[in-house]
Ligand binder design. Structure first.
Ligand SMILES: [Zn+2]
Length: 352
């Protein structure tokens, strides 16, 4: 199987990596940088399979026991490091990986203010110091590398500089400027881009049951990220806890700044940075639905957003504010500041 083929819209990056695989000149460390949901993990797994699969010279077969475990995120020598909180348990980690392997869209993120700590880097070092289980080498994938704490990043430098033999390190990030220059300079950076809305629409149409019009709106809301669009579609189609409708209602009804500040504080405490990022996506879905109803169309998720009492100007402002909130959160602005800015700066004229 030719690697990097199934990663929609990333043909340039794929061609670059394939050339390295084909000529047997894979670097020992890659930094895959691109917006959330653009295919960074898929690319990392293809790279891992290229190194581990014994069936193909330049590529991977896709169905040997190595390949199947790599793509179900359960290969003992292909390990993922996910930013976590002090409370995250190994069971939660296993459950998250299982959920992602099953649906292909669950974001590999924990709620709360997560980071990759020095303990996790020590775990990587310990694994690399042992023989690989299957004797085909080690692949370590460090997700959201911009969330590595400083001491963790510094601890990783030595391994990045001189990795043990038969080791491939892959870092992914959606925020390249959040990576320490010392880390960046030791890894081969591959940039992945956003997709044109038309391409994202195609991915959604292929993988969900949403109608074409909904797929188009979702593609626009997801800003060029198929992964994000699919995750939003899953939230749109699924049940799950969704705080967006309640928050939308609160924003529409309350002019009391104290009350809004308090609500923002509660959300920050409960959800943390990553949970707030999901909330921003949920707000985008909720607003989209409310606007559809205002325009006399059926909501994509009927019965979730109670639509009375919103004006289009208000909804447009909420959409803009929460889009900005997401950008700020990804740029490591404090979650409280980002959310307060989104909630407290809504003009009065948009409300009823
Ligand atoms: Zn294989």
């Amino acid at each position: 199987m030719k690697p990097f083929q199934g990663i929609f819209g990333q043909e340039a990056a794929g061609a670059l990596l394939f050339a390295a695989v084909e000529s047997g000149r894979l670097a020992h460390a890659y930094l895959l940088a691109g917006p959330e949901g653009c295919g960074r993990l898929s690319m990392a797994l293809d790279l891992a399979a290229c190194m581990i699969c014994p069936e193909e010279e330049a590529g991977f077969c896709g169905d040997c026991r190595h390949c199947s475990r790599i793509f179900s995120l359960s290969h003992p020598d292909v390990r993922l490091t996910i930013p976590r909180t002090a409370q995250t348990t190994p069971e939660e980690e296993a459950a998250l990986l299982e959920a992602r392997a099953a649906d292909g869209v669950t974001p590999l993120r924990f709620p709360g203010n997560t980071g990759t700590g020095i303990g996790q880097i020590r775990e990587i070092e310990a694994r690399l110091s042992r023989k690989s289980f299957e004797g085909r080498g080690h692949v370590e994938i460090i997700l959201d590398a911009h969330l590595m704490r400083r001491e963790a990043a510094n601890a990783l430098l030595k391994t990045l500089e001189e990795p043990p033999e038969h080791t491939l390190l892959i870092l992914t990030t959606s925020y390249l400027s959040g990576i320490l220059p010392t880390v960046r300079s030791r890894a081969h950076c591959v940039r992945l881009g956003s997709l044109a809305p038309g391409l994202v629409e195609e991915v959604i149409a292929r993988r969900t049951s949403l109608d074409p019009e909904a797929a188009r709106e979702l593609a626009l809301a997801a800003g060029g990220s198929p992964g994000k669009a699919l995750a939003m579609a899953a939230r749109w189609e699924g049940e799950g806890e969704n705080r967006a409708p309640g928050l939308l209602r609160l924003l529409a009804e309350s002019r009391d700044q104290e009350k809004l500040l308090e609500a923002a504080g509660d959300l920050v405490r409960e959800l943390g940075r990553d949970g707030l990022l999901s909330l921003c996506d949920d707000m985008a879905c909720a607003v989209q639905d409310a606007r559809r109803v205002l325009a006399g169309r059926a909501p994509i998720r009927p019965g979730v957003v109670s639509t009375g009492g919103f004006t289009d100007a208000f909804l447009a402002e909420v959409q803009e504010n929460f889009f900005r909130c997401g950008v700020r959160l990804r740029a490591n602005v404090s979650p409280a500041m980002a959310l307060e800015a989104a909630m407290l700066s809504l003009g009065e004229n948009g409300r009823e």
